[in-house]
Design a protein. Structure first.
Length: 298
Protein backbone atom coordinates (compact mmCIF):
# COMPACT_ATOMS: atom_id res chain seq x y z
CA UNK A 1 0.00 0.00 0.00
CA UNK A 2 2.76 2.47 0.92
CA UNK A 3 4.61 1.84 -2.35
CA UNK A 4 1.44 2.47 -4.30
CA UNK A 5 0.76 5.70 -2.44
CA UNK A 6 4.29 6.86 -3.15
CA UNK A 7 3.94 6.18 -6.89
CA UNK A 8 0.56 7.92 -7.14
CA UNK A 9 1.75 10.98 -5.25
CA UNK A 10 4.91 11.19 -7.34
CA UNK A 11 2.73 11.02 -10.45
CA UNK A 12 0.75 13.98 -9.16
CA UNK A 13 3.95 15.88 -8.45
CA UNK A 14 5.03 15.19 -12.04
CA UNK A 15 1.82 16.70 -13.42
CA UNK A 16 -0.46 13.68 -13.79
CA UNK A 17 -4.03 14.74 -13.05
CA UNK A 18 -6.15 11.79 -14.25
CA UNK A 19 -6.25 8.52 -12.29
CA UNK A 20 -8.20 5.41 -13.29
CA UNK A 21 -9.40 2.61 -11.03
CA UNK A 22 -12.42 0.32 -10.57
CA UNK A 23 -14.53 -1.26 -7.87
CA UNK A 24 -13.60 -4.77 -9.04
CA UNK A 25 -9.82 -4.22 -8.86
CA UNK A 26 -8.86 -6.09 -5.72
CA UNK A 27 -11.81 -6.04 -5.31
CA UNK A 28 -12.01 -2.65 -3.59
CA UNK A 29 -8.34 -2.39 -2.64
CA UNK A 30 -7.43 -0.28 -5.68
CA UNK A 31 -10.09 2.29 -4.87
CA UNK A 32 -8.92 2.36 -1.26
CA UNK A 33 -5.33 2.95 -2.41
CA UNK A 34 -6.34 5.73 -4.80
CA UNK A 35 -8.51 7.35 -2.14
CA UNK A 36 -5.73 7.39 0.46
CA UNK A 37 -3.07 8.57 -1.98
CA UNK A 38 -5.04 11.39 -3.58
CA UNK A 39 -6.99 12.67 -0.57
CA UNK A 40 -4.52 15.49 0.28
CA UNK A 41 -4.98 17.07 -3.17
CA UNK A 42 -8.33 15.66 -4.26
CA UNK A 43 -9.48 18.91 -5.86
CA UNK A 44 -6.41 19.02 -8.11
CA UNK A 45 -7.05 15.68 -9.84
CA UNK A 46 -9.73 13.78 -11.71
CA UNK A 47 -10.69 10.27 -10.60
CA UNK A 48 -12.32 7.67 -12.81
CA UNK A 49 -13.76 4.44 -11.46
CA UNK A 50 -16.09 1.75 -12.75
CA UNK A 51 -19.19 -0.22 -11.80
CA UNK A 52 -20.93 -3.22 -13.30
CA UNK A 53 -19.58 -6.39 -11.72
CA UNK A 54 -21.34 -8.37 -9.01
CA UNK A 55 -20.01 -11.58 -7.49
CA UNK A 56 -23.57 -12.65 -6.74
CA UNK A 57 -24.80 -12.25 -10.33
CA UNK A 58 -24.99 -15.37 -12.50
CA UNK A 59 -23.00 -13.78 -15.32
CA UNK A 60 -20.79 -11.75 -13.03
CA UNK A 61 -22.29 -8.58 -14.48
CA UNK A 62 -24.87 -6.36 -12.83
CA UNK A 63 -25.75 -2.91 -14.12
CA UNK A 64 -29.28 -2.73 -12.79
CA UNK A 65 -30.06 0.84 -11.72
CA UNK A 66 -30.64 -0.20 -8.09
CA UNK A 67 -27.25 -1.91 -8.04
CA UNK A 68 -25.53 1.16 -9.52
CA UNK A 69 -27.08 3.40 -6.86
CA UNK A 70 -25.87 0.97 -4.18
CA UNK A 71 -22.29 0.48 -5.31
CA UNK A 72 -21.59 4.14 -6.02
CA UNK A 73 -21.82 4.78 -2.27
CA UNK A 74 -19.10 2.23 -1.59
CA UNK A 75 -16.86 3.72 -4.26
CA UNK A 76 -17.32 7.23 -2.89
CA UNK A 77 -16.41 6.04 0.59
CA UNK A 78 -13.32 4.14 -0.52
CA UNK A 79 -12.17 7.02 -2.71
CA UNK A 80 -12.65 9.45 0.20
CA UNK A 81 -14.56 11.90 -1.92
CA UNK A 82 -18.05 13.28 -2.40
CA UNK A 83 -18.02 12.90 -6.18
CA UNK A 84 -16.59 10.71 -8.93
CA UNK A 85 -15.32 12.68 -11.90
CA UNK A 86 -15.85 9.92 -14.46
CA UNK A 87 -18.02 6.87 -13.76
CA UNK A 88 -17.69 4.06 -16.30
CA UNK A 89 -19.86 1.05 -16.86
CA UNK A 90 -17.06 -1.52 -16.69
CA UNK A 91 -18.66 -3.99 -19.09
CA UNK A 92 -21.94 -3.74 -20.97
CA UNK A 93 -24.60 -5.87 -19.24
CA UNK A 94 -26.69 -7.65 -21.89
CA UNK A 95 -29.52 -8.10 -19.36
CA UNK A 96 -29.97 -4.37 -18.74
CA UNK A 97 -30.87 -1.92 -21.52
CA UNK A 98 -28.09 0.62 -21.90
CA UNK A 99 -30.72 3.35 -21.75
CA UNK A 100 -31.54 2.28 -18.18
CA UNK A 101 -27.85 2.35 -17.26
CA UNK A 102 -27.40 5.82 -18.75
CA UNK A 103 -30.53 6.98 -16.96
CA UNK A 104 -29.24 5.76 -13.60
CA UNK A 105 -25.94 7.57 -14.07
CA UNK A 106 -27.84 10.67 -15.23
CA UNK A 107 -29.63 10.68 -11.87
CA UNK A 108 -26.30 10.40 -10.03
CA UNK A 109 -25.01 13.35 -12.05
CA UNK A 110 -28.09 15.37 -11.08
CA UNK A 111 -27.34 14.53 -7.44
CA UNK A 112 -23.71 15.66 -7.80
CA UNK A 113 -22.28 12.24 -6.91
CA UNK A 114 -20.96 11.75 -10.45
CA UNK A 115 -19.76 14.40 -12.90
CA UNK A 116 -19.37 12.44 -16.15
CA UNK A 117 -20.50 9.15 -17.70
CA UNK A 118 -18.22 6.65 -19.42
CA UNK A 119 -18.41 3.24 -21.07
CA UNK A 120 -15.76 0.52 -21.10
CA UNK A 121 -15.56 -2.02 -23.93
CA UNK A 122 -18.83 -0.97 -25.62
CA UNK A 123 -19.79 -1.34 -29.26
CA UNK A 124 -20.40 1.70 -31.47
CA UNK A 125 -24.14 0.95 -31.41
CA UNK A 126 -24.23 0.89 -27.61
CA UNK A 127 -22.32 4.17 -27.42
CA UNK A 128 -24.85 5.87 -29.68
CA UNK A 129 -27.85 4.54 -27.74
CA UNK A 130 -26.40 5.58 -24.37
CA UNK A 131 -25.39 9.01 -25.64
CA UNK A 132 -29.02 9.86 -26.44
CA UNK A 133 -30.00 9.48 -22.77
CA UNK A 134 -26.87 10.85 -21.09
CA UNK A 135 -23.91 12.26 -23.04
CA UNK A 136 -20.96 9.88 -22.90
CA UNK A 137 -17.80 11.74 -21.96
CA UNK A 138 -15.27 8.96 -22.49
CA UNK A 139 -14.97 5.44 -23.87
CA UNK A 140 -12.33 3.05 -22.61
CA UNK A 141 -11.15 -0.04 -24.44
CA UNK A 142 -7.91 -1.78 -25.30
CA UNK A 143 -6.02 -0.02 -28.06
CA UNK A 144 -2.36 -0.08 -28.96
CA UNK A 145 -0.09 -0.38 -31.97
CA UNK A 146 -0.71 -4.14 -31.94
CA UNK A 147 -4.40 -4.10 -30.92
CA UNK A 148 -6.27 -2.14 -33.59
CA UNK A 149 -9.88 -3.32 -33.24
CA UNK A 150 -11.26 0.17 -32.40
CA UNK A 151 -10.15 1.31 -35.85
CA UNK A 152 -12.19 -1.46 -37.48
CA UNK A 153 -15.35 -1.81 -35.37
CA UNK A 154 -16.52 1.79 -35.52
CA UNK A 155 -15.70 2.74 -31.93
CA UNK A 156 -13.08 5.36 -32.79
CA UNK A 157 -15.31 6.71 -35.55
CA UNK A 158 -18.34 7.15 -33.26
CA UNK A 159 -16.17 8.84 -30.63
CA UNK A 160 -14.94 11.34 -33.21
CA UNK A 161 -18.46 11.91 -34.52
CA UNK A 162 -19.98 12.54 -31.09
CA UNK A 163 -17.04 14.36 -29.52
CA UNK A 164 -16.28 11.61 -27.00
CA UNK A 165 -12.83 11.16 -25.47
CA UNK A 166 -11.10 7.83 -26.01
CA UNK A 167 -9.07 6.22 -23.22
CA UNK A 168 -6.98 3.23 -24.33
CA UNK A 169 -6.15 0.67 -21.68
CA UNK A 170 -3.30 -1.72 -22.40
CA UNK A 171 -1.51 0.95 -24.46
CA UNK A 172 1.77 -0.95 -24.16
CA UNK A 173 0.22 -4.27 -25.14
CA UNK A 174 -0.17 -5.40 -21.51
CA UNK A 175 3.59 -5.09 -21.16
CA UNK A 176 4.54 -6.86 -24.38
CA UNK A 177 5.54 -3.68 -26.22
CA UNK A 178 8.14 -2.85 -23.58
CA UNK A 179 10.45 -5.31 -25.30
CA UNK A 180 11.13 -6.97 -21.97
CA UNK A 181 8.95 -10.03 -22.60
CA UNK A 182 10.10 -12.98 -24.68
CA UNK A 183 8.91 -16.49 -25.55
CA UNK A 184 10.71 -17.65 -22.40
CA UNK A 185 8.73 -15.33 -20.12
CA UNK A 186 6.55 -17.05 -17.52
CA UNK A 187 3.26 -15.77 -16.14
CA UNK A 188 2.04 -17.02 -12.79
CA UNK A 189 -1.46 -18.49 -13.35
CA UNK A 190 -2.36 -17.61 -9.76
CA UNK A 191 -1.61 -13.91 -10.04
CA UNK A 192 -1.27 -12.97 -13.71
CA UNK A 193 -4.33 -13.26 -15.95
CA UNK A 194 -2.11 -12.95 -19.01
CA UNK A 195 -1.26 -16.61 -18.46
CA UNK A 196 -4.70 -17.42 -19.88
CA UNK A 197 -4.44 -15.16 -22.93
CA UNK A 198 -3.62 -16.78 -26.26
CA UNK A 199 -1.51 -13.79 -27.26
CA UNK A 200 0.82 -14.55 -24.35
CA UNK A 201 1.46 -18.19 -25.22
CA UNK A 202 5.15 -18.92 -25.92
CA UNK A 203 4.38 -19.49 -29.59
CA UNK A 204 2.59 -16.18 -30.08
CA UNK A 205 5.05 -14.23 -27.97
CA UNK A 206 7.70 -15.36 -30.41
CA UNK A 207 5.54 -14.85 -33.50
CA UNK A 208 4.67 -11.25 -32.55
CA UNK A 209 8.24 -10.17 -31.93
CA UNK A 210 8.37 -8.22 -35.24
CA UNK A 211 6.09 -5.63 -33.61
CA UNK A 212 8.62 -5.13 -30.83
CA UNK A 213 11.50 -5.06 -33.32
CA UNK A 214 9.70 -2.28 -35.19
CA UNK A 215 9.37 -0.23 -32.00
CA UNK A 216 13.01 -0.86 -31.15
CA UNK A 217 14.13 0.49 -34.53
CA UNK A 218 12.05 3.64 -34.11
CA UNK A 219 13.14 4.12 -30.49
CA UNK A 220 16.82 4.00 -31.46
CA UNK A 221 16.24 6.91 -33.83
CA UNK A 222 14.27 8.83 -31.20
CA UNK A 223 16.68 8.16 -28.32
CA UNK A 224 13.80 6.62 -26.40
CA UNK A 225 12.42 3.21 -25.44
CA UNK A 226 9.92 0.91 -27.20
CA UNK A 227 7.34 1.72 -24.51
CA UNK A 228 7.73 5.43 -25.10
CA UNK A 229 7.33 5.03 -28.85
CA UNK A 230 4.21 2.90 -28.32
CA UNK A 231 2.69 5.64 -26.15
CA UNK A 232 3.85 8.42 -28.47
CA UNK A 233 2.19 6.61 -31.38
CA UNK A 234 -1.13 6.67 -29.51
CA UNK A 235 -0.75 10.32 -28.54
CA UNK A 236 -0.13 11.18 -32.19
CA UNK A 237 -3.33 9.51 -33.43
CA UNK A 238 -5.93 12.01 -32.18
CA UNK A 239 -5.83 14.90 -29.67
CA UNK A 240 -8.77 13.35 -27.81
CA UNK A 241 -6.98 10.05 -27.15
CA UNK A 242 -5.58 9.74 -23.60
CA UNK A 243 -3.81 6.42 -22.91
CA UNK A 244 -3.59 5.10 -19.36
CA UNK A 245 -0.41 3.04 -18.88
CA UNK A 246 -0.39 1.26 -15.55
CA UNK A 247 2.65 1.14 -13.31
CA UNK A 248 3.65 -0.02 -9.86
CA UNK A 249 7.06 1.59 -9.58
CA UNK A 250 8.74 4.95 -10.08
CA UNK A 251 11.08 3.73 -12.81
CA UNK A 252 8.19 2.78 -15.08
CA UNK A 253 6.33 5.95 -14.13
CA UNK A 254 9.26 8.05 -15.30
CA UNK A 255 9.57 6.03 -18.49
CA UNK A 256 5.86 6.43 -19.26
CA UNK A 257 5.91 10.18 -18.64
CA UNK A 258 8.93 10.50 -20.91
CA UNK A 259 6.74 9.45 -23.83
CA UNK A 260 5.26 12.94 -23.93
CA UNK A 261 8.63 14.23 -25.10
CA UNK A 262 8.82 11.80 -28.04
CA UNK A 263 7.55 13.64 -31.10
CA UNK A 264 6.92 11.27 -33.99
CA UNK A 265 6.99 13.04 -37.34
CA UNK A 266 4.47 12.34 -40.12
CA UNK A 267 7.28 10.42 -41.78
CA UNK A 268 7.83 8.32 -38.66
CA UNK A 269 4.11 7.57 -38.41
CA UNK A 270 3.97 6.63 -42.08
CA UNK A 271 6.97 4.34 -41.72
CA UNK A 272 5.37 2.65 -38.71
CA UNK A 273 2.12 2.03 -40.59
CA UNK A 274 3.93 0.74 -43.67
CA UNK A 275 6.01 -1.67 -41.61
CA UNK A 276 3.08 -2.74 -39.43
CA UNK A 277 1.00 -3.59 -42.51
CA UNK A 278 3.46 -6.39 -43.21
CA UNK A 279 3.06 -7.87 -39.73
CA UNK A 280 0.38 -10.36 -38.71
CA UNK A 281 -0.42 -10.14 -35.00
CA UNK A 282 -1.05 -13.61 -33.62
CA UNK A 283 -3.45 -14.56 -30.85
CA UNK A 284 -6.62 -13.08 -29.41
CA UNK A 285 -6.27 -10.19 -27.01
CA UNK A 286 -8.04 -11.89 -24.07
CA UNK A 287 -9.33 -15.33 -23.12
CA UNK A 288 -12.76 -16.62 -24.15
CA UNK A 289 -14.45 -15.74 -20.87
CA UNK A 290 -13.09 -12.19 -20.96
CA UNK A 291 -14.11 -11.70 -24.56
CA UNK A 292 -17.65 -12.85 -23.84
CA UNK A 293 -17.99 -9.70 -21.72
CA UNK A 294 -16.86 -7.42 -24.53
CA UNK A 295 -19.84 -5.79 -26.22
CA UNK A 296 -19.74 -6.65 -29.92
CA UNK A 297 -23.32 -5.82 -30.90
CA UNK A 298 -23.77 -4.31 -34.34
Amino acid sequence: MNQGIRVLREAHERGVSFFDTAEVYGPHTSEELVGRALEPFRDEVRIATKFGFDSEAKSGLNSRPDHIRKVVEGSLKRLRTDHIDLYYQHRVDPDVPIEDVAGAVKELIAEGKVLHFGLSEPSARTIRRAHVVQPVTAVQTEYSLMERDPEKNGVLAICEELGIGFVPWGPIGMGYLTGKISARSKFDPKTDIRSTFDRFSPENLAANMPVVDLLRRISENENSTPSQVALAWLLAQKPWIVPIPGTRNLKHLNENLGASKVQLSPGDLGDIETAFAEIEVRGGRMNEMQMEMVDQTV
